[in-house]
Unconditional design. Sequence first.
Length: 233
Amino acid sequence: MKVIRVKNQEEGAQMAFTLLKEKIAAGAKTLGLATGSTPLAFYQKIADSDLDFSEMRSINLDEYLGLAADNPQSYHYFMEKNVFIHKPFKESFLPDGRAEDIDAEISRYNRLLEQYPIDFQILGLGQNGHIGFNEPGTSFDSQTHLVDLTQETIQANARFFADQSEVPHQALSMGIASIMSAKTLVLMAYGQQKAEAAAKMINGPVTEELPASILQRHADAFVILDEVAASLL
Ligand code: GLP
């Protein structure tokens, strides 16, 4: 795991963007994408760039259960607005939060991940150390699955909704094994509220209680932290 300290989110976004360009030049064809406020500056760099994704694929980490793609709180909507409208891919995949048959949807997603192995995976970090929506206690062997969100995650994500009562309590997420099979991982974390999880991820034991700690075992993982997020290292 390579830890890269940067001054702020803007510098972190530039770093992640440089890594992305290098990996695309080296042949990366499938990008694993994440939502949340963390990757926004990075997505802005992509939108402003001359990168062309029309021969590439994207696969997203997760989606809330019950939200349709046109719901402004859905991750589908987030991706459309922040990335796909500016840089369309040949094909883009997200879990379908409105699927009638959840088991079939999970199988579809796992098949996709087998068919199109992820070359470059972007990750954020939950305050409790989650990656994707893999909450503490999730098996390191997990593939795509249905997740019961913790109260902590519901609260942390409530800022994107009009009211906390509107935050879905479940989500579909790629599992930890799915994430670990990506060739390159780039995790970004910014701000004080990520400092404790970042320190445990980097210096703590590799444990399912802190899902992101598994990155210590990945052969090509980059962790980009701003000064405050790195303050407890
Ligand atoms: C959500 C997402 C994660 C994301 C995390 C952190 O729980 N499922 O993929 O990394 O939030 O979000 P933020 O970047 O807004 O702090």
